[in-house]
Design a protein around this ligand. Structure first.
Ligand code: DQA
Length: 152
């Protein structure tokens, strides 16, 4: 079974408490439960993690490369300024693995500083603005891409 690391950056452990009008009332534990269920429906072994620490997130991206795991990544605020996360994300896609950038909100419709993602240019694709469904759509995109690339 193909593995997918669903990696979440800073403040996403506060889901449910943090700005619920933007991020909703469900928690990271709820997201984890949903993502595991979506993954099992799609035949993907999903592992959901969250960290507030840039170096830990970079380490998980290195782990994805070494373990040949695909990635669904919500870099949170790192999206907008972390060249370290971008460079680690680039190693995932340049090694032939999929990396889908996801956002709960639509950053393009918010403050100007959120309009630019330093990660987007090295991602396979981006899904933003659909709440938890951004993750479901990203997992579906990974499964669909894997189906087409494994077909003759
Ligand atoms: C976010 C959007 C980012 O701009 C913000 O810093 C986050 C969450 C999202 O999922 O909508 O922390 O990545």
């Amino acid at each position: 079974m193909e593995r997918v690391l669903v990696l979440n950056g800073p403040n996403l452990g506060r889901l449910g408490v943090r700005e619920p009008e933007i991020y909703g009332s469900a928690s990271m534990a709820d997201l984890q439960e949903s993502a595991l269920a979506w993954g099992s429906g799609l035949g993907l072994a999903v592992d959901v993690r969250q960290t507030d620490d840039e170096s830990e997130l970079v380490g998980w991206l290195h782990e994805a490369v070494d373990a040949r795991a695909h990635v669904v990544l919500n870099p949170a605020a790192f999206t907008h300024y972390s060249y370290a996360v971008r460079d680690a994300a680039a190693q995932v896609t340049t090694s032939g693995l999929l990396l889908v950038e996801v956002h709960l909100s639509n950053p393009a419709a918010r403050e100007a500083f959120r309009a630019h993602s330093v990660v987007g240019a090295v991602a396979t694709g981006t899904v933003a603005g659909f709440g938890f469904d951004s993750y479901r759509l990203a997992l579906e995109a990974v499964a669909a891409r894997l189906r087409t690339t494994t077909q003759p």
